[in-house]
Design a binder for this molecule. Structure first.
Ligand code: ZN
Length: 349
């Protein structure tokens, strides 16, 4: 057998173990209890989590700053630790201020499960573009996840692994100028997180490592909220998590806890091709990424019709429940290591 085949066989085996672990770690009763935490009205267009994002929010504009204030206020209401990564860059439309916002449940936990989405909207000179799926709904889903799971996270016995939300600014290009005019926020944050923290503890512990090395997995949500999404298996090294999501979706279906009864996941074929999004600067630095973006993109993609009318509330509700169960399973399936090994290295999945 060609050596590469051994490698792929090993990757597939690890993926299978990960998927089985995650799918079965919670009992039916625990899944029911977590699903019952849903408050669907918060994710409706007039709802607490979604409405504030449904405005134009182009980087450097008042709308963008208003959304930043909302994210900061909500994060403080949660009681989670808030950081910002602000910077100014020359863009095709002039000098623009950007701000990424990072919200962490237990900042002292050495390892993070990162859940990310972009909060900016694309500039159109002659149209109003709200970007309901791109990415207002994904941002609202991050808050729904954090608020609904906060008590579960408090009960999690050892905060070795914590949940971290990342709201990226500047995902959209201003003038479609290729990679140079795109994903401004994630390019900056990935480079910034390559540096060790300024005020880390002395010694070689996980806490003094660059934040990039403390990411166990990054889940990037984008273009979610339109009817009939089809999520694809984009990356071999996180295929196990993709399969786990599909398996958890089946469990939710069997328990009558989702409404659409049609799988959102294409588990039959691997995706060929590439999508330029906020994960790219992290993939380039070897961070494992699960990309939760449908392909094909929603029909309203980058059209003025990507507004509240384009949304399917049942899809949004089902994705919210599924993400909640996935994150809870992820934390439960990754018990804290023994104290002797804790200081040195994050686990391999
Ligand atoms: Zn977009």
């Amino acid at each position: 057998m060609h050596p590469l085949r051994y490698l792929w066989a090993a990757v597939a085996l690890v993926a299978l173990v990960v998927a089985t672990d995650l799918i079965n770690v919670l009992s039916d009763q625990e899944i029911v209890d977590l699903a019952l935490l849903s408050q669907p009205e918060r994710l409706e267009p007039e709802g607490e989590f979604l409405a504030p994002f449904l405005i134009e929010r182009v980087p450097g504009t008042e709308g963008n700053r208003q959304v930043q204030r909302f994210i900061l206020d909500k994060a403080r209401e949660l009681g989670w630790f808030v950081e910002t990564d602000s910077f100014t860059q020359d863009t095709p439309i002039g000098s623009i201020d950007f701000t990424n916002i990072i919200v962490t449940k237990h900042p002292q936990a050495p390892v993070r499960l990162v859940l990310a989405a972009h909060f900016d909207s694309k500039l159109f000179d002659n149209d109003v573009f709200i970007g309901a799926t791109d990415s207002a709904v994904p941002c609202a889903l991050l808050f729904d996840l954090a608020f609904s799971l906060d008590t579960f996270l408090d009960q999690y016995p050892d905060p070795y692994l914590t949940v971290q939300l990342v709201f990226f600014d500047g995902e959209e290009s201003f003038r479609d100028g290729g990679y140079a005019d795109f994903i401004w926020g994630s390019k900056h944050l990935a480079a910034y997180w390559e540096q060790p923290p300024l005020f880390g503890r002395a010694g070689n512990t996980t806490l003094t490592r660059p934040p990039l090395q403390r990411i166990d997995l990054m889940v990037l949500l984008d273009l979610i909220g339109a009817p009939n999404p089809s999520f694809q298996d984009y990356f071999g090294n996180t295929s196990g998590y993709f399969q786990a999501l599909a398996g958890l979706e089946q469990r939710l279906n069997r328990l009558f806890l989702v409404s659409t009864h049609r799988s959102f996941f294409n588990t039959k074929t691997k995706f060929r091709g590439s999508i330029l999004d906020d994960h790219v600067p992290f993939i380039q630095r070897n961070v494992p990424v699960l990309h939760l973006i449908p392909h094909p993109f929603p029909a309203v993609w980058h059209k003025p019709s990507d507004n509240a009318d384009a949304l399917d509330m049942l899809v949004i509700h089902d994705v919210a429940v599924l993400m909640r169960i996935f994150v809870a399973s992820y934390l439960r399936a990754h018990p804290a290591p023994k104290p002797s090994s804790r200081a040195m290295s994050p686990r391999l999945v």
